[in-house]
Design a protein around this ligand. Sequence first.
Ligand code: E4P
Length: 231
Amino acid sequence: MKFFIDTADLNEIRDLAATGLLDGVTTNPSLIAKAGGDFLETVKEICDVVPGDVSAEVTATDYHTMVREGQRLAKLADNVVIKVPLTMDGLKACKTLRNEGAKVNVTLCFSSAQAILAAKAGATYISPFVGRLDDIATSGMDLIADIVQIYDNYPDIETEVLVASIRHPLHLVEAARMGAHVATLPPAVLRQLFNHPLTDKGLAAFLADWEATGQTILEESEAASATAGRG
Ligand code: E4P
């Protein structure tokens, strides 16, 4: 399963990219507005930091302008993925941009019927929003299970299921259980995945027992430069 992070915050992206666990980034106009920088510059910088796919969303709603915006975004870097909304014009733009060789992420998907259309339009990714469905008392994860099953019925479908609007670690675990290809995680949720109280408790006990032996693995000077990131 690929891990993307869902943010336009460059500090978060740099920090989490350093773990080596990131396969890509998704942004949307709201995340760009929250981060506060120039859109095109921000996308270029993110593409430099993360070698994987970086989704950047068009803001037009008509086919012709969406295609022009998509072409401009595609020129920013080789790893840009054009994000288009799941509308008739959006899917038309998806088809055109795919024919021109760009990767396309179809966003704002809330039904299996929409996901079938996106696959027909040749989308690289379909982004069903699980959290926003849960918010209206409809199971977001049921939608993921349905789309994965439908796509599995047609081996020629290459569209990857990118689980979006993730709100907590269980969304990620269930998405992995269902065989979704990608999860885009808010940075806070990615950080939560590392945590378990028994890990903390076990580590504290190991360290206390180790300290009692009076031994060290590294010489004091080696340990100091390793801590400073020089070793
Ligand atoms: C996906 O690409 C979207 O940017 C995102 O996951 C939306 O999440 P939200 O519902 O938390 O805004």
